[in-house]
Write a protein that binds this ligand. Structure first.
Ligand code: PDD
Length: 284
C-alpha cells in the first residue's frame, strides 16, 4: 500500500512514518483520537469531532499540537493525496516523547499523527443484513467520555464477540445495564416503538453520530428516551441498532442469539440510517 500519512509536520509514505519509543502514547496510552467519516471526499460533522478533541485534550490537561484550522487542512490534504472518496480519517494526539515517568512531563511537544482509511460506508454490506451482538462485561476505566487510545478492553470485547461467532459486543456495567458498543453507541427500540439509548455521562463516549441521530429522530417525530437499559430489555426489544462515524447507523438483528423482530433490519433503524445518510450527503 502506498498510503501517505502525516506525522509531526511531515507527509510520508506509511513505511517511513516513525514515532519515538518514548512517546507517551506508546508507553502510557497517554493520547486521544478522533475518527471522522469521509463521503465524496468531504469530511462529515468535522466541527463536532474537533470540539470533542478539544474537550478530550482539556480533560487530560494535554497540550494541543495545532489549531483546528491547521488540523482540518491536514485532514483535507491527506484525503486529497490519497484519493479517498469514502472512508475515514483518523487523527491522534499524544503528550509526546519524554523519559518514562508516571508524572506528566513539563515541556513535552505533543505528537500529531493522521491517516486515512478508504472503505464503503453507504454501501456497507452489514447495513443490508444487520449485525449480531453478544454482551460482555464492561471492564473499561471510568472516563469513557474521553476518547483515549487506551482501547485494549474494547479490543478484548471485540475478540470475545468474534470468538462467540458474533459481529460485535455490547458492554454491560456492574448493575446489568448496557453502556455502549465496544466502538459504537447502542440503542434498542421497544415493542411500542420507543428508542432507548443510555444517557450521557462519564460511562459512555458522547458520540457525534449519536447526537446527530437523536436530533434527526426528534425531527422525524420518533419517540426516544435517554436512560439505562438492561440486557433483558435488549433481548425483548423489537429492534436495535448502533451508531459510529465509520458505520453511521447499523441495524442489529440478534442479541445473545435472541432474534429481534423478524430477524432483519427493523423499520426504525433502516429509516434512521437513510435520513442520516441524506443529512450527511447535504454536507458534501
Ligand atoms: N469509535 N462509543 C465508543 C466506545 C466509540 O469508540 C465510538 C466511536 C462511539 C461512536 O462515536 P462517534 O459517533 O463519534 O463515532 C461510541 C470510533 C469510530 C473508533 O474508535 O473507530
Amino acid at each position: 500500500m502506498n498510503r501517505i500519512v502525516y506525522v509531526n509536520g511531515e507527509y510520508l509514505p506509511e513505511e517511513n512514518a516513525k514515532i519515538s519509543v518514548f512517546d507517551r502514547g506508546f508507553l502510557f496510552a497517554d493520547g486521544v483520537y478522533e475518527v471522522a467519516a469521509i463521503l465524496q471526499g468531504q469530511l462529515i460533522d468535522n466541527e463536532q469531532h474537533m470540539n470533542r478533541l478539544r474537550r478530550s485534550l482539556k480533560e487530560l490537561n494535554m497540550p494541543s499540537p495545532a489549531d483546528d484550522a491547521t488540523i482540518e487542512a491536514i485532514q483535507k490534504e491527506l484525503i486529497r493525496i490519497n484519493h479517498v472518496d469514502e472512508g475515514v480519517v483518523y487523527l491522534q494526539v499524544t503528550r509526546g516523547a519524554a523519559d518514562r515517568d508516571f508524572a506528566f512531563p513539563e515541556n513535552s511537544a505533543p505528537s500529531l499523527v493522521l491517516f486515512t482509511q478508504a472503505k464503503d460506508i453507504i454501501n456497507l454490506p452489514a447495513a443490508r443484513t444487520g449485525i449480531t451482538i453478544v454482551t460482555t462485561e464492561d471492564i473499561r476505566w471510568g472516563r469513557r467520555d474521553i476518547k483515549t487510545v487506551a482501547l485494549l478492553a474494547a479490543s478484548m470485547a471485540k475478540m470475545f464477540a468474534i470468538r462467540s461467532g458474533a459481529d460485535d459486543a455490547w458492554l454491560v456495567d456492574r448493575n446489568g445495564y448496557i453502556t455502549e458498543g465496544c466502538s459504537s453507541n447502542a440503542y434498542i427500540v421497544t415493542q411500542d416503538g420507543t428508542i432507548i439509548t443510555r444517557q450521557l455521562s462519564n460511562e459512555i463516549l458522547h458520540g457525534i453520530t449519536r447526537n446527530a441521530v437523536l436530533q434527526l429522530a426528534d425531527k422525524e417525530g420518533l419517540r426516544f428516551v435517554e436512560q439505562p437499559f438492561t440486557v433483558e430489555d435488549a433481548c425483548q426489544a423489537q429492534e436495535a441498532f448502533v451508531t459510529a462515524a465509520g458505520i453511521f447507523v447499523l441495524p442489529v438483528i440478534t442479541i445473545n442469539n435472541k432474534v429481534l423482530g423478524n430477524g432483519t433490519p427493523g423499520p426504525i433503524s433502516t429509516r434512521l440510517r437513510s435520513i442520516y445518510i441524506d443529512m450527511a450527503l447535504k454536507q458534501v
